[in-house]
Design a protein. Sequence first.
Length: 192
Amino acid sequence: MLIQYQIRIFVQRSASVSPSPLRSCHRRLLSPRMASPPPPAPAAAAAHSVFVYGTLMAEEVVRVLLGRVPPSSPALLPNHQRLSIRGRVYPAILPVDGSKVPGKVWQGITDRELDVLDIFEDEEYVRETVGISLADSADMIAYAYIWGNVDDPDLYGEWDFDEWKKVHLKDYITMTQDFREELEQLESETHD
């Protein structure tokens, strides 16, 4: 019941295009814990940029999650490291001086899509504004989901995107489809 209540709050807020304070996990739709709301976007900003470094680099996953594949560019996040998480198939990033995380930046993300990403991401992630470098050496500001616990004993070694695609992509797409269907069902119940 609490989960449905939280999703209804998300749906109501999405209708008014305000940022969602909700966070959730890849494995469960919503957590009972509420995170701090993200800072409001400037009134003139119609679209956001989001740096991704793990499962959301896969266009197949993003297509299911957002219903489209936004424009993207290869990007690097300086002074961070990408790590595996024991018992999970997706990675975390933490600030580490001198390290760089390869990834991509999704551009043109709407407020509604940003809300969906916030719900999809685990409560253990914090959406932060970061500076990234594009392949053409240009710098830009984007959102990124940073692991909240810098002392987490379950973080280890480098996470490998190509290995993840070979081993986990198919099941991850299925999980993402289930997530999206549940979200859409609860949204339709809220609008009834």
